[in-house]
Design a protein around this ligand. Sequence first.
Ligand code: TYM
Length: 332
Amino acid sequence: MARIFSGIQPTGHLHLGNYLGAIRNWVRLQQDFECLFCVVDMHAITLWQEPQALARATRETAAAVLAAGIDPHANILFVQSAVPGHAQLAWIFNCVARIGWLSRMTQFKEKAGKHRENASVGLYAYPNLMAADILLYKATHVPVGEDQKQHLELTRDIAQKFNNDFGVTVFPVVEPLILGPATRIMSLRDGTKKMSKSDASDFSRINLTDTADDIALKVRKAKTDPAPLPETPAQFDGRPEAANLISIYAALADQEVERVCARFGGRPFSDFKQELADAAVAVLAPITTEVNRLMADPAALDRILKDGAERARALAAPVLEEVYRAVGFLDA
Ligand code: TYM
């Protein structure tokens, strides 16, 4: 039986990349699979987070996942730090993974930047915690955006090395699920950079909390090139902004990229941008309204998360026990 696990960091507001690259796929997968969705606050603190802002962002992220359509009764929605097994298994993986493996992680290089010596040890060991998140539940499938692919390859390496080192078959082979036309949404200001919560310019991203006016303005200001829209995806070469905006539209309207090119190809960006803004508002406005409604009752949100954490702990307990026996923390 396939089991899905995925996580999202509560750092600032969620954006269209998080929604189209991940959460929307979670909503579709929940119908066919047993799913766990986790707000990964322990990952968030690998970079400094102001404590009150972290607490708020944790609730807001959970609210966004619910508002997007995740059913917390049919699935498990919880906060990472409420289930100690993540930290316990991550420590064991710190001792399984090799320094050389982590040194190759491009996300660490990007996030640590030039000041590597000053980065937290947690930022470096981050992928081991991510492997622990997934393997603590023996999840088999992990829906993510393109940027997480390398971390999932590392998860497979860790699972395999653990099984080999201890002569067991505790962990399954994890498959990434990178689905849809928007697996890597780029910045609205620079089509070669990923849309990200950490970009200094708010005009680079559409947040799930933006108003219709914000969205229209950001789309109008989005960088383009002087040529008319491409008529086929083959003409995306050297036009990263056009490729990005068309992919976003395709994902929002649930259409093939080819179809969107056929419809808008040859037309000026101004026509297309209006339609793109309308499509984004149509998808996001109901989510924003629902996030605001859920945030007005934090106690109700906390109850959902507490219930999720209890169910997650129950699933994790036997796996952790199996791991402890394999390692020799408990008698075999
Ligand atoms: P995070 O919080 O950065 O992003 C959450 C999800 O959104 C996807 N995503 C994007 N997809 C398309 N275009 C973009 N511009 C874009 N930006 C973000 C991410 O791929 C991700 O699926 N390490 C993870 C969180 C995590 C996790 C896990 C995920 C922790 N443990 C276990 C899966 C399984 C992260 O930082 O995601």
